[in-house]
Design a protein around this ligand. Structure first.
Ligand code: CUA
Length: 266
């Protein structure tokens, strides 16, 4: 069979085009790593968010060396947590879901752009090189106050970032002769152990305690003062760890007027 010269050229040209189409489509769907939210992606019932291990308390967690996960809940008309504090030069994976309607999760000037869909978890991994504050806006119409729905991402220099939390308490009142106990808890949300010093002051008396808090755990520290050394009156107390401080006051009251601890009924 004799095929005309021009026909051969067209046949070859058409073949090249067909192969070209197949290659670009394959590359576009597989090679670029673009993923859509599909059936196999994480899902979560919006009304069960409060019971969820991660979204029950939206927060930033360290998940590996130089890797963090940020669990973010969008709802009318706020983002939680707010601000979202993360370290620079680390891989951050945002897990974003919605408690109610569809919201947007968009950081202008970056490629951070996702939809927060109730029932689904959008995942995106980014790294911020520049410390600073980045505005976060909802760019999906979600209701009457949609235009006010915004959050903040605070990128801290890597060496200043921590996931330390301090809480402290004393009873409101203490009877003479009893001890004034100041209970402090230092929480370390990072994987590396935290070696630090807890400083405390109760009514002018100062204390210092070195602590090592294991990764992803917390440690209690108790400071005590004899109320007889203080005498009746109201005393301020404070506890600090690194840049964190908690303050309050405790009152030493005459015998018989102190509130009973433990909350046993009359
Ligand atoms: Cu949320 Cu618009």
């Amino acid at each position: 069979m004799r095929i005309h010269q021009y026909e051969k050229i067209w046949i070859v040209g058409a073949m090249i085009l067909i192969v070209g189409f197949i290659v670009t489509i394959t590359y576009g769907s597989v090679g670029l790593g673009i993923t859509m939210i599909g059936d196999e992606e994480e899902t979560i019932a919006p009304d069960e968010l409060n019971d969820d291990e991660q979204f029950g308390e939206p927060r930033v967690e360290q998940v590996g060396e130089n890797e963090y996960a940020a669990y973010v809940v969008a709802q009318t008309f706020i983002f939680q947590p707010d601000p979202i504090e993360i370290p620079a030069n680390n891989e951050i994976t945002f897990h974003v879901t919605s408690r109610d309607v569809i919201h947007g999760f968009y950081v202008p000037g970056t490629n951070i752009n996702a939809m927060a869909i109730p029932g689904q978890v959008a995942k995106l991994t980014v790294e911020f090189d520049e410390p600073g504050e980045y505005g976060l806006i909802c760019h999906e119409y979600c209701g009457s106050a949609h235009h006010t729905m915004e959050g903040l991402i605070v990128v801290q220099p890597e060496d200043e970032f921590d996931l330390t939390e301090l809480s402290a308490e004393t009873p409101d009142t203490v009877a003479p002769g009893d001890e004034v106990q100041l209970n402090a808890t230092v929480e370390n949300g990072q994987l590396e152990p935290l070696e630090t010093t807890v400083n405390a002051e109760i009514g002018g008396q100062t204390f210092q305690r070195d602590v090592t808090v294991d990764g992803n755990s917390s440690q209690n520290v108790t400071f005590t003062v004899e109320s007889d050394q203080l005498g009746e009156g109201e005393y301020d107390w404070s506890v600090s760890v690194d840049d964190y401080e908690e303050t309050g006051s405790v009152e030493v009251v005459p015998n018989g007027t102190a509130e009973t601890e433990g909350g046993e009924g009359p």
